[in-house]
Write a protein that binds this ligand. Structure first.
Ligand SMILES: NC(=O)c1ccc[n+]([C@@H]2O[C@H](COP(=O)([O-])OP(=O)(O)OC[C@H]3O[C@@H](n4cnc5c(N)ncnc54)[C@H](O)[C@@H]3O)[C@@H](O)[C@H]2O)c1
Length: 152
């Protein structure tokens, strides 16, 4: 992945905002969205507090994060999408079907699921698109623990 790969993080809750922060701290442009506007709009403030607690300047990472009101604008230019929405199979399957139609064909489609088999999330996608799906299970809190299990 190039240094400036564009990352879309879908779900700005407990895990999503920390995942967005980790990529932003590494210098990647991050597009962050959530179905709940209150959660979405509170995410930059949560990230700012995290950075201050870590003794870092909030601007060191916040300038890399853009809050996106809808899924299309979050994923349409992404190189890597990290799904961190609620742990419900049918929601994740619907979202991954949307990724295929909205995101660039080269984009890697990752899920932060804890327990759902990644192959079940990919059911319904074409064989080629299933090959783009990856499990990436981050430790909590993602901005403090640099450990991600990955599963093809
Ligand atoms: N909490 C943990 O310690 C932990 C650790 C590793 C992995 N995970 C996994 O990470 C994922 C997220 O967990 P969390 O703890 O951050 O949950 P959370 O409830 O804090 O956040 C989930 C967010 O997803 C949003 N959402 C739901 N459906 C959506 C949709 N269709 N589009 C956009 N946003 C949507 C919700 O509004 C919510 O803000 C889950 O799959 C969970 O199993 C959690």
């Amino acid at each position: 992945m190039s240094q400036k790969a564009r990352i879309a993080v879908i779900g700005a809750g407990l895990m999503g905002h920390g995942i967005a922060q980790a990529f932003a701290q590494a210098g990647h442009p991050v597009m962050l969205t959530d179905a709940d506007v209150d959660v979405l709009h509170s995410a930059p403030g949560c990230i700012e507090r995290n950075l201050i607690e870590m003794g870092l300047s909030p601007e060191s990472a916040l300038h890399n994060i853009s809050v996106q009101a809808d899924l299309t604008s979050a994923v349409e230019r992404a190189d890597l999408i990290v799904e961190a929405i609620s742990e419900r199979l049918e929601l994740k399957q619907r979202l991954f079907a949307n990724f295929v139609t909205m995101a660039p064909a080269h984009a890697i489609l990752a899920s932060n699921t804890s327990v759902i088999p990644i192959s079940e999330i990919a059911i319904g996608l074409s064989r080629a698109d299933r090959g783009r799906v990856l499990g990436t299970h981050w430790w909590n809190p993602p901005h403090l623990i640099p450990l991600v299990e990955s599963c093809p």
